[in-house]
Design a protein around this ligand. Structure first.
Ligand SMILES: NC(=O)c1ccc[n+]([C@@H]2O[C@H](COP(=O)([O-])OP(=O)(O)OC[C@H]3O[C@@H](n4cnc5c(N)ncnc54)[C@H](O)[C@@H]3O)[C@@H](O)[C@H]2O)c1
Ligand SMILES: O=C(O)C[C@H](O)C(=O)O
Ligand SMILES: [Mg+2]
Length: 697
């Protein structure tokens, strides 16, 4: 009972979390006193009275067993010490005996298991039995919880420390700046709604996407990941860790849904521009899937955020006692690849039609894993491929904003700051687009390549770079070009902008403020009538520059876009400097939905290209001429529908479509463009309460 529970003290003097909450906190619980001693009241949970309330069918005590003191039957006798024994004992001895027996009762009471007729997530969502991260590994295995919690097992005291730390952080945030406080506070409120009522959560999100995308997605999701161990209340998604090697094939069955359409997986190694956040990176997978539901209408019961925890190289997290992930350095090499292989085999064996989006893996793995899986699994890498498509659409928009036709794109000079998964992904895809426009032959490729200058942490990348990253090599500036341009290996960004006079500077460097006053001043000499700036790094503080800086230094002609949202800039005289959001959120939901609804076995380059082209053509001439090159977030559901339809049609054209539900490949091929859009629209989930009925088993 409640007394018994409070008296359960573990060896370390900490209260041991009991199997059951205090009886007094259970609604409508009928309690039957069974024993009365002078100093203790105990209750029989095995009473014949039915439990009332929602746990009625799920809670059952094991039957009483006959046995010695310490077992249930032994305890029942504990207070019934025979009259003769009572008489034969001195009062002190009798007192000691009674104490000893009742202690045995309490201990047994604490150890006595509660039989639950539920497993896995149902336990985690039951506040009476949930222990969260304090479930031991054996309990996790016994109760089907493996993978449903972050890998670290913590004590109940650590749970309290974490909660208190988080509570205090709120006070700290209030001191440090109000905007921060509000964004995390809003996230908490929305997150609690997400835990209570998914339909309502998504209705709020869809109806107010412009207001809340910045909370569930970038930039706030970055702060959420940074503070995840403190914000953690309930797990969401699945956690596969290095400790789960050999178990993943069975672990996937701990997930309650028989059908999963979309998985977003991260290993937490490069979360936005915030670096290695280890297990805390699960927040980004959750945020991306929120957009899958809100923008693409993927059924929220069929999404699965996944964290693969192979350790972290973040020294702060390695030392943090409240960190919820594995506190060891990241696995590397073959060991790492084997874990990802095992994960892919496991999820595709349970859900053969699932689509896996790789998110925020550090560049070296982003490229390698993409090459490894893209021809065999339905997967894509959002940072490499989604970002590339969004950038191409924006770059084409920037050409149109100059009043020139898209076909002039191959003439644009583009300086890219950042040679990671995103930067190289963009240069690869954008140069291919140029090459296609130029005839798709070797000369075209060479000409396209020469339109790009890549600057990374060591400056301009040239053929002379020692230990050059193989992914960047094709775009290293040639020696002959350097002398001609007056540039050297490692030249600074300012120097490059001054000498090249580019039409576009595009930042995917994760360095906030990299497009400094000097860089922007240099861009004033751009050979373009409307130079374009893409400050694409996330979250907000990592943006290479702000729209205020861009418009105030370069003037109203500049075309500006950023990865995280900024407000438009008032230029005076009724003029507005448009701040576009150039974020892969305009493509990944449509790529995923189009792949799902076409039943394409892989995500081909052509499908990605079709998605990018649809986004580019979505913007109307008059919008583009005003410098509006991406749609507002409020139109994200509409643009996603269009992108998905373009992906379906391309999958059909490439003969990759195998159909979805009743719509087989042949039927898909028969759909007109308009009908394809309708087909997509009709398959998007809407946040409406379903009719629910009860049927006895
Ligand atoms: N807007 C979007 O849709 C979008 C999509 C993907 C990634 N991103 C952002 O792009 C950023 C980079 O992502 P990534 O995966 O490529 O990361 P990454 O860490 O792999 O790459 C960062 C690159 O920036 C370079 N860099 C560092 N300092 C520099 C400097 N001073 N000057 C020039 N280059 C410098 C590094 O050398 C490296 O090549 C992140 O902030 C991420 O949030 C944005
Ligand atoms: O997550 C985003 O907002 C975009 C992109 O995937 C990133 O990694 O920054
Ligand atoms: Mg990303």
């Amino acid at each position: 009972g409640d007394r018994a529970r409070l008296l359960c003290v573990g060896a370390n003097g900490q209260p041991r979390p009991a199997e059951r909450p205090p009886a007094s906190s259970r609604p409508n619980r009928r309690i039957v006193p069974t024993h009365r001693t002078s100093h203790r009241k105990s209750y029989d949970y095995a009473s014949p009275f039915p439990l009332v309330g929602r746990n009625q069918h799920q809670l059952q005590r094991p039957p009483l067993a006959a046995g010695p003191a310490g077992t249930r039957a032994g305890m029942a006798n504990a207070s019934s010490i025979s009259r003769s024994l009572r008489r034969s004992l001195a009062p002190d001895a009798l007192h000691r005996l009674l104490l000893q027996r009742s202690r045995a009762f309490v201990t047994a009471e604490c150890h006595r298991p509660v039989v639950l007729h539920k497993r896995g997530p149902d336990i985690l969502h039951d506040p009476w039995f949930n222990r969260g991260t304090a479930f031991s590994m054996t309990e996790r295995d016994r109760l089907g919880l493996r993978g449903l919690l972050p890998p670290s097992v913590v004590s109940s005291q650590q749970q309290i420390d974490r909660f208190m730390g988080d509570l205090k952080r709120l006070e700290q945030n209030a001191r440090d700046g109000p905007s921060d406080t509000y964004q995390l506070a809003k996230w908490r409120i929305l997150n609690r709604l997400h835990d209570r009522n998914e339909t309502m959560y998504y209705k709020v999100l869809i109806d107010n996407i412009e207001e809340y995308a910045p909370i569930v997605y970038t930039p706030t999701v970055g702060a959420v990941c940074q503070n995840y161990s403190g914000l953690f209340r309930r797990p969401r998604g699945m956690y596969f860790s290095a400790e789960d090697r050999g178990e993943m094939m069975s672990m996937v069955y701990n997930w309650p849904a028989d059908q999963v359409d979309m998985i977003v997986v991260t290993d937490g190694s490069r979360i936005l521009g915030l670096g290695d956040l280890g297990v805390q990176g699960i927040g980004i997978a959750i945020g991306k899937l929120d957009l899958y539901v809100a923008a693409a209408g993927i059924n929220p019961q069929r999404v699965l955020p996944v964290m693969i925890d192979v350790g972290t190289n973040n020294e702060k997290l390695l030392k943090d006692p409240l960190y919820l992930g594995l506190q060891e350095h990241r696995l590397e090499g073959e060991e790492y690849v084997e874990i990802i292989d095992e994960f892919m085999e496991a999820v595709f064996s349970r859900w053969p039609n699932v689509i896996v989006q790789f998110e925020d893996f550090q560049s070296k793995w982003a490229f390698r894993l993409l090459q490894r899986y893209r021809k065999t699994y339905r997967m894509f890498n959002d940072d490499v491929q989604g970002t590339a498509g969004v950038a191409i659409a924006g770059l084409l928009g920037a050409v149109r904003a100059q009043g020139r036709p898209m076909i002039d794109f191959p003439k644009q000079k583009i300086v890219v700051a950042g040679a990671g998964s995103a930067g190289i992904g963009v240069v690869n895809a954008a140069s291919r687009t140029m090459a296609r426009m130029l005839g798709n032959n070797e000369v075209a490729f060479e000409s396209a390549r020469s339109q790009f200058w890549i600057v990374d942490a060591h400056g301009l990348i040239t053929e002379e770079r020692v230990d050059i990253d193989p992914d960047a090599r094709p775009f290293a500036r040639r020696k002959s070009e350097l002398t001609h341009q007056g540039l050297n290996e490692g030249a600074s960004l300012i120097e490059v902008v001054k000498k090249v006079k580019p039409d576009v500077i595009l930042g995917l460097s994760a360095v906030g403020g990299l497009f400094s006053k000097e860089v922007l001043e240099a861009l004033k000499d751009s050979s373009s009538s409307r130079p374009a700036i893409f400050a694409m790094s996330n979250p907000t503080k990592n943006a290479e520059c702000t729209p205020e800086e861009a418009f105030s230094i370069i003037g109203e002609k500049v075309v500006f876009s950023s990865g995280s949202p900024f407000d438009d800039v008032d230029l005076g005289d009724g003029k507005i400097g448009h701040s576009n959001q150039g974020n892969n959120m305009y493509l990944f939901p449509g790529i995923g939905l189009g792949t799902l609804l076409s039943g394409a076995r892989i995500v081909s380059d052509g499908m990605l290209q079709a998605a990018a082209e649809r986004l580019a053509s979505y913007m109307k001439e008059e919008e583009v001429l005003q410098g509006i090159i991406y749609p507002p977030t409020s139109r994200i559901r509409d643009i996603t529908k269009e992108v998905a339809a373009a992906v379906v049609r391309e999958a059909v054209a490439e003969d990759l479509a195998e159909g979805y539900r009743d719509m087989d490949a042949r039927e898909l091929a028969r759909l007109s463009e308009e009908e394809t859009v309708d087909y997509v629209k009709n398959n998007m989930w809407n946040p409406v309460y379903p009719t629910v009925v009860y049927k006895k088993d």
